[in-house]
Design a protein around this ligand. Structure first.
Ligand SMILES: *Cc1c(COP(=O)(O)O)cnc(C)c1O
Ligand SMILES: [Zn+2]
Length: 405
């Protein structure tokens, strides 16, 4: 067995600690649990920190909650490109802007990161099946990794998801349970299934381990910048788990001595038709009021009752970040802007992020000389309906083109 630095699960609320076993919430106060490591023992230089024998995100295994390398289920997730975005930077009047492009991950979204960790952990904990409640991308990522692990897979989704995301889940052989209603209702059904059966519902009963995968984005950004953090990261938010994990990632690199003591500003983007976290920020305080019926084409962000909403609000406030909510029209413009300036096709969540970044520049929430990373979390091929113009007839378009001679 490899040296392992996994230390405990700590309750975010009452701070009680537990040994890192099958435990989904704090038995004392029902608060969420967070994974802790032996930070003092983790090598503070990159050459020793990076796990030998891995080129994907498992090179960060010393800060991931797995005890045995032999149990790792990998489709080779990460590193994804950190591209300097000169043209988009010019449009947004920013000195230096990077796009962290997770559209290129194995199943086309950042969800491959938490899932490779969670499915590996599910095996280690002895679960005989996996599953999730999903707004679309988690479904495909879970189904693909379950196929690789040869585990039965049960996916709970609201019935109105984009058809490519359902196809992409179906092809891996997962059982799909569609719920007439919202994501939050699908989530409750998944939680009941987790309780009654020996199933690891990745984002429910092994959530503490699941979210650990997402912080590898922060590790990669720092590694790609030469082991230093940027000034600012702008990321989309649904449940709020991602932005909290990004924060944990930057903090842990500081604790391990791998980067200087500095936390980037973390800012969050949501669609206006479902923006409970941004609304809470704008009101001040950290009370998150659920949105009963999300109304947006950014379906991957349509979580009306964000499980980590309060913590997302606190993360943004603590790091001096901000939040913006953009309309569906703005997000489509955001998709087009990124595509035309940088050659990257993103799904609506990415459009939301680009449009929110644009707003943050326009209203001065981001300064011109901040070094900004814009996190693109999903691929545009998953959701062509978001940008396919109803009047766009391909044969008409071809006729009208005059090629230069
Ligand atoms: C799930 C998802 C998010 C948001 O993640 P949370 O952790 O729920 O905040 C962002 N972008 C895409 C494309 C997603 O699929
Ligand atoms: Zn507690």
């Amino acid at each position: 067995m490899e040296l392992n630095y996994l230390k405990a699960l700590r309750c975010r609320e009452c701070k009680a600690t537990y040994s890192p076993v099958r435990l989904s919430i704090c038995p004392k106060c029902l608060g969420p649990l967070e994974v802790e490591y032996e930070y003092d023992l983790i090598p503070g230089n990159p050459a020793e920190f990076l796990e030998k024998g891995f080129t994907d995100l498992w090179r960060y295994r010393k800060l991931l909650p797995i005890k045995e390398n032999s149990r790792i289920i990998s489709l080779h997730v990460g590193p994804s490109p950190l591209l300097e975005a000169h043209r988009l930077a010019e449009k947004l009047k920013l000195k230096r802007l990077y796009v962290k492009n997770d559209a290129v991950n194995p199943t086309g979204s950042f969800k491959d990161r938490p899932v490779t960790v969670a499915v590996s952990k599910a095996l280690e904990l002895g679960f005989k099946a996996v599953g999730c409640a999903s707004t679309g991308n988690l479904a495909a990522a879970t189904a693909a990794h379950a196929a690789k692990a040869q585990l039965p897979c049960y996916i709970f989704i609201p019935e109105n998801l984009e058809s490519n995301k359902i196809t992409q889940t179906f092809i891996f052989g997962a059982e799909i349970i569609t719920v007439k209603g919202t994501y939050d209702q699908a989530n409750r059904m998944a939680a009941e299934a987790a309780e009654r059966n020996n199933i690891a519902i990745l984002n429910v009963n092994i959530r503490s381990y699941y979210v650990e995968g997402s912080k590898t984005t922060s590790f990669e950004i720092c590694e790609q910048l030469g082991w230093r953090p940027p000034d600012h990261v702008v990321t989309p938010m649904a449940s709020g788990a991602l932005i909290c994990s990004l924060y944990k990632g930057f903090q842990e690199l500081v604790k391990a001595g791998l980067i200087e003591e500095k936390t980037p500003r973390l800012s969050g983007a949501q669609p206006a038709g479902c923006s409970p976290i941004v609304d809470a920020l704008k009101r001040g305080g950290d009370e998150v009021i659920p949105v009963e019926e999300p109304k947006t084409i950014a379906k991957s962000l349509a979580i009306g009752e964000p499980g980590d909403g309060v913590y997302a609000v606190r993360t943004i406030s603590q790091t001096g970040g901000c939040g913006e909510a953009v309309s569906d029209e703005e997000l489509v413009e955001g998709i087009r802007l990124l595509a035309k300036t940088e050659g990257i096709f993103t799904e609506p969540a990415g459009g939301v992020t680009v449009a929110a970044l644009k707003r943050m520049r326009e209203n001065g929430e981001i300064e011109k000389d901040e070094e900004v990373v814009c996190y693109i979390t999903g691929n545009g091929l998953k959701t062509p309906e978001a940008v396919a113009h109803p009047n766009l007839n391909v044969s008409n378009r071809l006729k009208a083109v005059h090629l230069p001679l």
